[in-house]
Design a protein. Structure first.
Length: 256
């Protein structure tokens, strides 16, 4: 059911503003609220060596039902890393566009040549590529942080957990390790903006997967399908502010 334009706009604008304010949580040594706002507006000078792209993950489980994490792990890391004032991460729409132009959108594994082409097209210095597999009850995430021009792997990260239901609890740990690999100092990491991923998205795996599917449907141009999926996400987590914002953007795109 479509929401009235005014109520949807007011609701989502309020939620988005609150989410932005709540995302700023200064800690000892944190640079300033001004730096936070500049990062949001894209005017904060960033270290060019920390421009990076997060690619869709490889599903090495052999289970088609777990394909959903190819997109979801990618977007979770983009969302979490994008909080940082020290790291510039390409958004999912940009990643999608680059892969589409290079005809790599449906590719499940990326070669060294693919990474070089992605890097050149996206203008990034680092690429984060990952995979996941299962071993009994264990769900294992493996990540490589790569300098695509030289194919040098500068860091390998592994996170083990019991079952896919614990994936969200491990994203923050992965983010910390990526920051260290990008040579952020302990002081910078401690002072950086870094709300827990469950606080800025949702604590529900199922709700998040519906959200990602909804965003993918929007990217493919199917806004009505996107709305259906986002409404499912919100039904599972009525406090999922990012889903409300995405829902409003779809209604706006349809002219409501």
């Amino acid at each position: 059911m479509y929401l009235p334009t005014l109520s949807a706009s007011c609701l989502v604008s309020a939620l988005t503003w609150l989410w932005t304010l709540e995302s700023f949580d200064p800690q000892p040594g944190y640079v300033s609220l001004v730096a936070f706002i500049e990062k949001r507006l894209g005017t904060l000078p960033l270290n060019d060596s920390r421009l990076q792209a997060v690619l869709y993950f490889e599903n090495n489980t052999g289970e088609e039902s777990l394909d959903k994490w190819r997109d979801s792990l990618c977007t979770l890391l983009i969302t979490d890393l994008s909080q940082s004032i020290y790291i510039n991460v390409l958004g999912e729409d940009r990643i999608y566009g680059v892969l589409e132009k290079l005809e790599l959108l449906e590719k499940e594994k990326y070669s060294s040549d693919d990474l070089k082409e992605i890097s050149a097209r996206a203008g990034v210095n680092h690429i984060l590529k990952g995979s996941y597999l299962t071993a009994g009850s264990q769900f294992i995430i493996n990540i490589e942080l790569i300098k695509p021009k030289t194919t040098e792997v500068i860091s390998r990260i592994r996170e083990d957990m019991i079952g896919e239901e614990n994936i969200l609890t491990k994203i923050d740990s992965i983010t910390q390790k990526v920051k260290s690999a990008l040579n952020l100092s302990d002081e910078q990491i401690a002072a950086d903006l870094d709300k827990k991923i469950g606080e800025i998205t949702t604590s529900s795996n199922e709700a998040y997967n519906y959200f990602v599917q909804g965003q993918r449907a929007r990217i493919f141009g199917d806004r009505k399908k996107s709305i259906e999926l986002l409404e499912k996400a919100i039904a599972l987590d009525p406090e999922f502010a990012m889903a409300y914002r995405a829902l409003y953007m779809n209604y706006s795109g349809l002219g409501y």
